[in-house]
Design a protein around this ligand. Structure first.
Ligand code: KG4
Ligand code: ZN
Length: 340
């Protein structure tokens, strides 16, 4: 049998990415983070779409050339169809439709959250089932029970901001360029003093839901009471900053670990999988590792390049969907609010 090569396209937010997976293994991967958003303190949807239009063609050509394949040798083309920014998603989906039509390839619309989830399997090998998954990124924070590919039960999610969104908003108050997660992470990791204490939210009706807006407000009040503001950022003395970063990371880490612990104690899981951009945090990875050791539950967190948005995860989810004989129609629509 000839090898099954799937092209994956990811344009849901500010990464323009393409990748090729052959028989479930990654052979080519090109991801470009659109740095032009840094100066605006967040992703500007219009600019994101325009950049995707410029960057996607070269990315696809690049991975085909890296893999030594032509379009006609592909078995399918997969593209993220949601959730994400409508205009940004449209660029990837339209491109995939064009390829599908011109080269007569099966088309697969991929749920971005499903792609994040299974990036752990692409990076680390087969995952033991059932497992508990925590998807934590700039747009999402959710806990999911996974019984198999396509068999998901949502256990809890954020009521307001996503964890990464909180990092980015706090970063803006601290004068850190967007996205701020990696800087907060590094400062927290290097800090060995006493972190500033910020409150942790707990929700009474569903203990597995998350809320990060209270923490955001607490940081705002803390800064507002102490430091002058210049533009959107407070002027924090350099020697105080790491204690704030460590305080924010510690609070978020404790909230994430607490939810995962409750879900693991309530269910019967073979492993804990943590994915999404925020899972690239070394500080949080350490926290999950400690928890995993304490509970005796195997932990799977993909390497950072597979945690943040990438094309490989879309190609892999496409490969898995193709194996199940799944196909999307050429009328495939984008779904900015798609759920898992
Ligand atoms: O998964 P992702 O690339 O995009 C979404 O689907 O949202 O996640 C991006 C988020 C951003 O909020 C960014 O600040 C955060 O992931 N992030 C991190 C780190 N690297 C990226 N947060 C903490 N530590 C990091 N090292
Ligand atoms: Zn994502």
């Amino acid at each position: 049998m000839s090898p099954t090569a799937v092209l994956g396209i990811e344009t849901s937010c500010d990464e323009t990415a393409a990748a090729i997976v052959v028989d479930g293994k990654l052979v080519a991967d090109r991801t470009t983070r659109q740095i032009l958003h840094e100066q605006y303190g967040g992703v500007v949807p219009e600019l994101a779409s325009r950049s995707h239009q410029q960057l996607l063609g070269p990315a696809v050509e690049g991975v085909l050339s890296d893999a030594g394949l032509t379009v006609s040798e592909l078995a399918a083309v997969a593209a993220t169809s949601g959730p994400g920014l409508a205009g940004a998603l449209l660029v990837g989906v339209s491109f995939a439709k064009g390829l599908s039509l011109s080269a007569n390839l099966p088309l697969l619309g991929i749920n971005h959250l499903e792609a994040h989830l299974w990036s752990a399997e692409l990076a680390l090998g087969e995952l033991p089932l059932p497992f508990l998954a925590l998807i934590v990124s700039g747009g999402h924070t959710l806990l999911v029970e996974v019984k198999g590919f396509g068999a998901y039960r949502r256990l809890g999610s954020t009521r307001d901001d996503a964890a990464g969104e909180l990092f980015d908003k706090v970063g803006r108050m601290m004068g850190i360029a967007f996205p701020a997660g990696a800087v907060l992470d590094r400062e927290a990791l290097e800090f060995d003093g006493e972190p500033i204490w910020f409150p942790r939210a707990r929700l009474r009706d569903n203990p597995l839901d998350f809320s990060f807006s209270g923490l955001k407000t607490a940081v705002l009040y803390y800064l507002r009471e102490r430091y002058p503001r210049l533009g959107t950022a407070y002027e924090i003395p350099a020697e105080v900053r790491p204690a704030i970063s460590a305080g924010v990371m510690t609070a978020v880490g404790e909230m994430l670990v607490a939810r995962a612990t409750i879900a693991l104690e309530d269910g019967n899981y073979e492993a804990l999988v943590v994915t999404g951009g925020v899972a690239s945090s070394s500080f949080l990875r350490n926290g999950f590792q400690t928890m995993s050791n304490r509970m005796g539950i195997p932990l799977f967190i993909p390497p950072p390049g597979f945690c943040t948005d990438n094309g490989a995860m879309v190609a892999y989810a496409g490969y898995r969907r193709l194996s199940l004989n799944d196909r999307s129609p050429l009328t495939l629509a984008v779904d900015p609010a798609a759920r898992l």
